[in-house]
Ligand binder design. Structure first.
Ligand code: CA
Length: 336
């Protein structure tokens, strides 16, 4: 094929398919948890580029707001366990001793040096074998910078990775006077993520907000109810109820799937619970979190053992992983 013809057909193909899939795939998906965060500081653009290069199906964004209402990609509403904020802005501390992204303009957040996650008390990095803390140079990305990065890589590589934004603590943001969900939705719309045909899942731990996203705010794309292993969550969130067949039936009216912890699917005694079966009975997808090869659950004999339990015994539809390459390789070698 002549190069120009190939180029033209590639462009046409990309125009049709960027961010879009025509039908729901039944193949399991691997979601790069905070990017390829097992290898580079979480939620940096570098970690996201690496996840894309590793062929992750979806790349996760945790989203919080800055003081000037710019969505930025951070796991926590605090910035003091992944950056040098305490030395750079010592007077921005709240009475509880923490530094909140919401107290900084995006220009200020951009001045922070991001590093591997560390323990606020000891200063030691949480995962000692991961990227060394404090070397090289990393920044907090805005959500838009990250969406642009992924769209750019989708075009330049011809391989389409989806996005998987989590709206962090919407009730807390609202209490502070900021409507994070509304702002995030407007940015997703601007970047072409609108319907269930688009490669985007919104996720949230707050049941009230998942309902609000679908009903009041009119999100027409895919929606995942996250579930902690605990009994209750923020607001009226009742995880114990949501895990029951009745709770899952209610969820299925608004959500496309659930994101439970691994412990809700495989017990400490290596038994598969009914959660996936009951969710599938309601046509809900199940994407548990999180595969960390340097922090396996106690019941797992190895990474391969855990992946076998999740995909071949429990039949989950996807998995969050700090090490997307490990999960993808296992699926390639072990999918029948
Ligand atoms: Ca998350």
């Amino acid at each position: 094929m002549a190069r120009t013809t190939f180029f033209a057909s590639t462009i046409c193909f990309q125009l049709l398919t960027i961010n879009t899939v025509m039908a729901q795939s039944s193949e399991p998906i691997i979601i790069a948890h905070r990017g390829a965060s097992g290898y580079l500081p979480e939620h940096t653009l570098e970690a996201k580029a690496m996840a894309h290069a590793m062929d992750a199906d979806y790349i996760e964004q945790d989203v919080v707001l800055s003081k000037d209402d710019v969505p930025v990609v951070l796991h926590d509403i605090h910035v003091d366990t992944i950056s040098d904020v305490a030395t750079r802005f010592p007077d921005h501390k709240r009475a509880d001793g923490r530094y909140y992204a919401l107290d900084f303009t995006v220009v200020e957040l951009k001045q922070l040096h991001v590093c591997e996650r560390f323990n606020a008390k000891t200063g030691k990095q949480v995962f000692p074998k991961r990227f060394p803390k404090g070397i090289s140079s990393f920044q907090i990305p805005t959500l838009e910078e990250e969406l642009e990065l992924i769209a750019g890589l989708n075009q330049s590589t011809g391989r389409i990775a989806g996005i998987y934004p989590e709206i962090k603590q919407p009730a807390w943001h609202l209490k502070e006077g900021h409507d994070i969900s509304r702002i995030v939705l407007s940015i997703l719309h601007k970047h072409g993520y609108k319907t269930k045909q688009d490669r985007c899942y919104i996720q949230c731990f707050e049941h009230d907000e998942v309902i609000r996203l679908r009903n009041e705010l009119g999100w027409e794309g895919r929606l995942i109810m996250l579930m902690s292993g605990g009994t209750r969550g923020p607001g009226k969130t009742d995880f114990d109820h949501l895990r029951t067949p009745e709770g899952l039936a209610e969820l299925a009216k608004i959500a496309d799937g659930i994101g439970p912890d691994i412990g809700s699917i495989i017990t400490a005694k290596r038994e598969v619970t009914n959660l996936v079966k009951n969710a599938h009975a309601q046509k809900l997808q199940v994407h548990p979190y999180t595969l960390r090869i340097d922090e396996l659950p106690r019941f797992a004999k190895s990474t391969d053992d855990l992946l076998d339990l999740l995909f071949h015994q429990a039949h989950v539809d996807g998995l969050f992983s700090d090490f997307p390459d490990v999960a993808l390789l296992w699926l390639k070698q072990n999918t029948k």
